[in-house]
Write a protein that binds this ligand. Structure first.
Ligand code: A3P
Length: 292
């Protein structure tokens, strides 16, 4: 069951086997108690929009020297990116090895970020994704967790009803994107807005943009960008996660890697469902210059 808080939905208390991670109690506590540093960079996403990929890329960029010459000891060759960049909403991730504390991640909507994130003036990177693909990715993810837990799976129609009404953990996918998109327009030096689709289409240019924003611009022509893109590719990260089974107790490592493609939702959604989601997207994103 989900509960509405300040316009967005969250679960209460425990979720699967995890502690109270991502719960409304944690969200409320973080708002007042979390102390952001001006040097922090928050990697913000709506779940299933490319969080794992963004974490890997930002971590690889910020720890650039480790990437030189496909260094076999690079943490991303043995560790799920979620352990390299912790979520602030999950206490278990915070207690795990963290190689660069300046990078932190969150699924919180912009308006519910801890107050100190805005007052510290630290930077935020947001990745959005076509809501149709987010929905299908999320539906698969939840069903994987449910089946691992021997619980009945969620029907596509039921999940669709909830998602299209914005009743999902972290609230409406559309409102989540809108909050960060507006922030990126108002504070472009502090909020970088990227999209999963652009990252897939032109990884080099998007990774360059990300590196410049993070303060680690690339020199042209030394092959570093290509190396980072390869290290953080879907194929490579999935390979690493399959080899390393010791994931978080609630979420197995490989649950974060399914297909990694743009447009897979057409293989699952009915034409009517597509029409509904496209209509919401068109209305909600009107005038915000967001296209997929
Ligand atoms: P699909 O379910 O469509 O395959 P998140 O990391 O926010 O949980 O998002 C998960 C989605 O990103 C999944 O989408 C997953 O396969 C995809 N993904 C994970 N790593 C990726 C990568 N390196 N490149 C592209 N997509 C990736």
């Amino acid at each position: 069951p989900l509960y509405k808080y300040e316009g967005f939905w969250f679960h209460q208390g425990f979720w699967f086997h995890s502690e109270a991670s991502f719960s409304v109690e944690v969200v409320m506590a973080l708002q007042e108690e979390f102390v952001a540093q001006p040097t922090n960079v928050f990697l913000a996403t709506y779940p299933k929009s490319g969080t794992t990929w963004l974490k890997a890329l930002a971590f690889a960029i910020a720890n650039r020297t480790m990437c030189k010459g496909s260094n076999p000891t690079h943490p991303l060759l043995t560790t799920n990116p979620h352990y390299c960049v912790p979520f602030i909403e999950t206490e278990p991730f915070l207690t795990n090895p963290c190689y660069n504390n300046d990078l932190l991640a969150t699924h919180l909507p912009y308006t519910l970020l801890p107050k100190s994130v805005i007052s510290s003036n630290c930077r935020i990177v947001y990745v959005c994704r076509n809501p149709k693909d987010v929905f299908i990715s999320f539906w698969h993810f939840v069903n994987k967790l449910l089946s691992d837990d021997m619980s009945p799976e969620m029907k596509l129609e039921d999940a669709f009803e909830l998602f299209s009404k914005g009743v999902s953990p972290n609230g409406s996918c559309w409102d989540h994107v809108i909050g960060y998109r507006k922030a990126s327009i108002e504070r472009p030096d502090k909020v970088l807005f990227l999209s999963y689709e652009e990252m897939k289409k032109d990884p080099k240019s998007e990774v360059k943009k990300l590196a410049t924003f993070l303060g680690y611009p690339f020199e042209e022509g030394d092959g570093e960008i290509e190396e980072i893109i390869k290290l953080c590719s879907f194929k490579k990260l999935r390979e690493v996660s399959k080899a390393n089974k010791d994931g978080h107790k609630a979420i197995p490592n490989d649950a974060f890697f399914r297909k990694g493609e743009v447009g897979d939702s057409v293989n699952y959604l009915t034409p009517e469902m597509i029409e509904v989601l496209d209509k919401i997207t068109l209305e909600k994103f009107n005038g915000l210059d967001i296209s997929f």
